[in-house]
Write a protein that binds this ligand. Structure first.
Ligand code: 4G4
Length: 251
């Protein structure tokens, strides 16, 4: 997959390109990440990319000229017909389902805004989609772009070292993940759950499913409305609730 980013802070993307899953995907040619410096598309000697808003008001607005030229340059370089995506608090919510759809695309151009945002004509004539990573305001679109790049890259075919890892993640099955433990078996008196040391793989799988169901019910109950539970899962969840009640009774 090919991801293009347009930003006035191209160096910020060193945070993802050099490390972990994204760095590895780039090395292995699973992902091509191309960062375009918006200032390269300015048309004055000061490399101006912003100006005061018409009609007055606080802050600065990103100029339509440099943005248009940067988008055209990214399109010319990209394979296929990339959609232009603007990261903004006004966009559609980026979630696991969205990440999966992005991972199927050949190329995408991510536009990271700064200041008060971009001239509306960029949105009207050059931006195809607006996406948001959550209901909060950040000082630029770079962090949202990196969040999307990371989430998408993990879902690219052959991207994770451990093939099963992405499949086991939260949200893939619509449930939260079960807890993880590693050595030592006892730390400051706190034991690892016995079942995980039992070697009984069926029992372990059942316990993990029950933990996933229970945690989802406790922490994100609305997620359970989105999936259909099997009879076995309904039994496991009922048992989880029962065990909770047993644990709270004073006898
Ligand atoms: C567009 C308009 C995305 C973009 C204004 C971007 C949060 C998200 C920006 C701004 C962003 C998000 C500078 C306020 C950049 N903040 N929730 N900031 N601002 O995905």
């Amino acid at each position: 997959m090919e991801l293009h980013v347009i930003s006035i802070f191209p160096d910020m993307f060193d945070a993802v390109t050099g490390h972990g899953v994204v760095g590895r995907a780039i090395k292995q040619n699973i992902l091509q990440l191309c960062i375009h410096n918006l200032r390269d598309f300015a048309d004055d000697k000061h490399s101006t990319v912003d100006a005061r808003p018409y009609g007055g008001g606080p802050g600065m607005v990103m100029l339509v000229g440099p943005l248009t030229r940067a988008i055209e340059a990214a399109k010319a370089k990209a394979s296929g017909k990339p959609q232009v995506v603007y990261l903004s608090p006004q966009g559609q919510r980026f979630d696991h389902a969205a990440a999966k759809q992005f991972a199927r695309r050949e190329s995408v151009i991510l536009l990271a805004g700064r200041y008060e945002g971009v001239d509306e004509r960029v949105l009207q004539h050059h931006v195809d989609e607006e996406w948001s990573i959550g209901d909060y305001v950040l000082s630029g679109g770079e962090l949202p772009a990196m969040v999307m790049i990371d989430a998408i890259t993990r879902l690219l075919p052959d991207s994770l070292g451990n093939e099963d890892s992405a499949e086991q993640d939260s949200f893939v099955h619509g449930l939260l993940e079960s807890p993880h433990y590693t050595r030592p078996e006892v730390f400051e008196g706190h034991r690892v759950p016995d079942v995980l040391l039992s070697g009984d793989h069926r029992a372990i799988e059942k316990w993990r499913m029950q933990q996933s169901l229970g945690r989802t019910w406790l922490r994100r109950p609305e997620l359970l409305d989105e999936i259909e539970l099997t009879d076995e899962q309904l039994d496991l969840l009922a048992e989880f609730k029962n065990d909770l009640l047993d644990g709270t009774s004073s006898g």
